[in-house]
Write a protein that binds this ligand. Sequence first.
Ligand SMILES: Nc1ncnc2c1ncn2[C@@H]1O[C@H](COP(=O)(O)OP(=O)(O)OP(=O)(O)O)[C@@H](O)[C@H]1O
Ligand SMILES: [Mg+2]
Length: 325
Amino acid sequence: MDKLRRYYLPETMGEAIVRVEGLTKHYPPTTKAVDGISFSIDKPKIFSLLGPNGAGKTTTVEILEGLRTPTGGSARVFDVDVTKDYSPIRNRVGTLPQNFEPFDELKPPEAVGYWAGLFGVRFTPKDINRLIERVGLTDRKNILSRKLSGGEKRKLGIALSLVNSPELLFLDEPTTGLDPKARRDLWAMILEVRQNGATVFLTTHYLDEAEKLAEEVAIMHKGKMMVQGTPQDLITKYGKMTVVVLAGAGEVGLKEITRRGISATMEPDGDVLVPVANPAEMRTIFMKLSGIELKVKDMYTRRQSLEDVFLGLVGARMDEGVLTE
Ligand SMILES: Nc1ncnc2c1ncn2[C@@H]1O[C@H](COP(=O)(O)OP(=O)(O)OP(=O)(O)O)[C@@H](O)[C@H]1O
Ligand SMILES: [Mg+2]
């Protein structure tokens, strides 16, 4: 059997992958890093925990990895209480810690071999090469890990996290600070892990990343869970509707449109926005608008995104994990 692949075995079906109830982690005197959160992952998927710096993402992940003891509540992985004994599930879980730095003085294949040894996984040189190939490091095989770029280090980190073919893989901000190409490479890797049947628990503060990759998203802020659902559900529920933008239509345009009974608003820059509550109405709205003499610079539709959901819920935008305005 290919050691890098593992599919769900019948005995693992039916058990919750992650189940968290009323989880808290307090740091005296006043920090409530995790403040009573509940959520569960019942079947394999890419699950993304989103939130700004200090939201409590790493604390939550590290509790689920058995590295931190919660103050209260319960946390179970594969139906095992992670606060008691992690050993029954250690081999089913992979982790990439936040800001991971691989072993400086080892070359990538040496690092993989060493790490596999720690997990008691027997890797032949061929297995090692296959894993190095899978994460796209074949042409960087002969250099020391400390000389790898930031993106290459994360790729090596992912290779290490995969040595035991985990069914559940925790990736704590794997793409923070990477350039767009390295981010895309990592996204492809994450999707591949998922396609092989594993669950990926991904923390990030990139909303576009969560929207692209995640089948389910949970937004965390100040230790609390704000919402959870598929990106599309959250956009439908919490985002505003799709709008038709009439760029530069100005006061005159606004008047012409509203005079015909179409509701519209104007942005400070003079763009006029026509909300479309139901996508099925889009055609009718376009037809009505095209019948009006309007001076516009451009006309396009703007779809709502997770960014809008986040802005609506938290009241601020997020830039590299920092809340702005
Ligand atoms: N060992 C600790 N002692 C005291 N406070 C801590 C400790 N670890 C974390 N915290 C605090 O708990 C809160 C949550 O931190 P955490 O690292 O879980 O956030 P995060 O969502 O992972 O943030 P980031 O996006 O910056 O990684 C922060 O206010 C942090 O300062
Ligand atoms: Mg963190």
